[in-house]
Design a protein around this ligand. Sequence first.
Ligand SMILES: [Zn+2]
Length: 95
Amino acid sequence: MGRHKSHSNRRSRSARPLNPSSHAHSEEKRDGAYVVRNVPADRAMKVYTCPGCLHPILPGTPHIVAWPHEPTGFGHDSPVAERRHWHTGCWQARL
Ligand SMILES: [Zn+2]
C-alpha cells in the first residue's frame, strides 16, 4: 500500500531506430479519403509513372504511395489494388 510510484525511466530521444517515414496516414482529398504512405529513397527501386504529372518517378526518389480507403470501382477485391505512386509534390498539389 505504501508504494511510491517508481521513477519513470522514459527518456526522450530524438534519434529513433524506427523509421517514421514508413508510417501510413490518412488524407482527405476532394474525391475521398486516401491512405498515404511515404516511400523512402532506399525503398524506391522501380520506375513508377506519377498520375499527377505523368512523368516517371525514378528509383531512389523518395515519394508517396496512396490508395483510397474505399474501392472506387468494381472488380477490385481490395483498395490496395488501386495503389498509385505519386511524386510527393504532385500529391500535395492535388485537391
Ligand atoms: Zn509527378
